[in-house]
Design a protein around this ligand. Sequence first.
Ligand code: A2P
Length: 342
Amino acid sequence: MSEGRGPGAVVAIVGATGAVGIELIRCLEERAFPLAELRLFASARSAGKTLRFRGRELPVRELTEDSFEGVQLALFSAGSGTSKRFAPLAVRAGATVIDNSSAFRLDPQVPLVVPEINPETLRGHRGIIANPNCCAIISITPLWPIHRVNRIRRLQLATYQAASGAGAAAMEELRESTRAYLEGRTYEPRVLPHPYAFNLFSHNTRIDPATGYNDEETKVIQETRKIFGDGEIRVSATCVRVPVLRAHSMAITFECSQPITPARVRELLREAPGVKLVDDAERNYFPMPKDASGQDAILVGRIRNDISDPDGRSISLFVAGDQLLKGAALNAVQIAEALRTG
Ligand code: A2P
């Protein structure tokens, strides 16, 4: 596309009725993204529904092979299968695609972009740009300012992931199963593999028998390397689903090349774009999903030395970020904005 320069592009959202789709619509509206027209697509189940944008009810249409005629920018969030099938068609019709699924993230031809970290990789795009995994975005955006000045050699993280990452139906399952639990009713999980209310479980993706890591953990490991442009960084993750609606939290420990202090980390993060320090030891007030929900910024706190590293090169901290915003829709819209401004 002409990258939407000028009066505004014709923009399509694929998966407009989903948890991320709804936030994409809201982000475009709140950030006053310049667009000539917004077209909303979902499955046949949603055809005929309407969704509100800039004070008007817009129709949701069934996604078909002809949906992209005249579209210049297409924001996809309808799962990998839909992206694999329809994103190439959108590109062929002349659109630039920003894809929230994992379908193209590791394709060397496809930029995997967090605008605060690697906006320069957008320059070489060939029509498809990938929006990274939500945990990857939320964990590494605050680490980038540190990595730039004192290379992170090793990174370990444990996640506390919200329902929203598994879509709108999983959020509903959390609400419904919590209600059932409190009322003493039995509830059969429909979306997630285990009881969700007052419980937590290892992330609901496939375990690779060769490594013992689940797909979510593998994504975080591989995507961190690609986004940082650092194939050497050693990463390990344990991803867990917790009964929280829409913000992911993570306990992170990283080891730098040179010694580093918590004060230096605070100093670097105070100025960092997209990050907010919430690090009040006196009040024991640190990042919480309740505070991160609905916020653009990733909250960072509990910044301290990892005392198991006698060399003083390691830091532990805790982050919380809205999975639907910076972890998905907001990052995608920021990519679209970066494309416009070049
Ligand atoms: P629909 O609401 O019609 O099922 P979530 O991640 O919250 O589960 O949302 C998934 C989004 O992807 C929804 O908007 C859903 O539409 C859409 N979707 C799922 N399958 C398809 C498909 N085959 N074609 C187009 N949109 C799809």
